[in-house]
Design a protein around this ligand. Structure first.
Ligand code: F6R
Length: 364
């Protein structure tokens, strides 16, 4: 039931601190400060390559994971949407881990890709929210998210729980491959354990985001920009807005703006920039200046440091807590979800049952 919330999507956005904590509980040993995977009866040390396959929002979680697996575990990662992967005759060599990410565990293209990889001798890992689903049953390595039933068609809490599991998996693979010291593993465990509090801090900006929604609601097009592991968040932000508010939105890697999309910029196109402060922040600031010089209206989502440096002259700003780069994608998911939600409410669309969409896509 919706309780005090107006929509399931809203309720599910606000459940994230609890369900992410719930999910992390089965992957982190807080006292030992280690990452441990449930139900694992084989050694992942021999994995030499990861292939990630998923659709939609689950695919964007996989894109974030690619950054983590490469950075922490030094594992080469191939990633594709399931509908492309299946038909492109991918190279699958022995020793590969094929990783499927799905809320429902029933998405037809993802399930078919799983069976294809199984037949090709890959070890099958599945990050899935429905424990009784087909994908859960067919996995060699089952990595459940504990988001609880997700009712809103637009995925929110399943996404953040997927990211939590994938971060733990990245750390586990890194340990197995001798790429992470005890201290580094402990640091990751401690950072992940802080995620629920950081999600609460992000959620505290709900009213402010609701107040800025009428500025975005009249737009015909919206762009989202991000870099590194926050680039997939730009894609996710654009998808959420498209799905429930029917506003055309695109996500781009910040550095790609000048290679084409900047031609779209004028006063009528809001640009949502996701940019935690850090080594690449300066680059994003110069991308923002290019947008501003063409009359573009920027909504900057950053931490206090980033906003102090680049918040001036923006249409609006949203302050996120300053977090470790590892958990930034989880935290920055919240404002993009809330923005899409409030814009849809402002437009009066059916938030929980957007037109033309089904919760589980069981046709190919
Ligand atoms: C977006 C959304 C879809 C799903 C996609 C995959 O809000 O819900 O893009 O993420 O259909 O579904 P699952 O994760 O069930 O495989």
């Amino acid at each position: 039931e919706k309780g005090n919330y107006r929509h399931f999507m809203q309720k599910e956005i606000f459940e994230q601190p609890i369900v992410v904590a719930q999910t992390l509980r089965s992957y982190l040993r807080r006292v030992e400060q280690t990452v441990s995977l449930p139900q694992i009866d084989f050694d992942l040390a021999s994995i030499n390559r990861v292939t990630i396959v998923a659709c939609g929002t689950s695919y964007y979680a996989g894109m974030v994971a690619k950054y983590w697996f490469e950075q922490f575990a030094r594992l080469p990662v191939d990633i594709d949407v399931a509908s492309e992967f299946r038909y492109r005759d991918p190279v699958l060599e022995p020793g590969g881990l094929a990783l499927f990410i799905s809320q429902s565990g029933e998405t037809a293209d993802t399930l078919a890709a799983l069976r294809h990889c199984k037949a090709a001798g890959q070890t099958i890992a599945v990050v899935v929210n429905v424990p009784t689903s087909s994908m859960a049953r067919e996995a060699d390595l089952l990595l459940p998210t504990h988001a609880g039933p997700e009712i809103g068609v637009a995925s929110t809490k399943a996404f953040s729980c997927q990211l939590a599991v994938l971060a733990a998996l990245a750390a586990h693979l890194a340990v197995k491959r001798g790429r992470l010291s005890r201290e580094e593993e402990a640091l990751i465990v401690n950072q992940l354990a802080e995620t629920p509090a950081a999600l609460n801090a992000a959620l505290s900006h709900d009213e402010e985001i609701a107040a800025m929604a009428p500025l975005i609601a009249p737009a015909r097009d919206v762009l989202y920009l991000g870099r590194g592991p926050d680039y997939p968040l730009a894609l996710e932000g654009a998808l959420k807005l498209k799905e429930i508010s029917y506003i055309h939105a695109e996500g781009y890697a910040s550095g790609e703006m000048k290679h084409g999309p900047i031609a779209l910029i004028d006063e009528s196109v809001p640009v949502i920039v996701l940019a935690p402060s850090g080594p690449l922040f300066e680059k994003t600031v110069s991308n923002m200046q290019e947008v501003r010089a063409r009359g573009g209206k920027i909504v900057l989502i950053s931490d206090a440091e980033g906003l102090a440096e680049a918040g001036e002259g923006c249409l609006a700003t949203i302050e996120m807590p300053k977090v470790h780069p590892l958990i930034a994608p989880l935290v920055y998911a919240v404002p993009v979800q809330l923005l899409a939600y409030h814009v849809a409410v402002a437009k009066g669309t059916d938030v929980d049952q957007p037109r033309n969409l089904a919760k589980s896509v069981t046709v190919e």
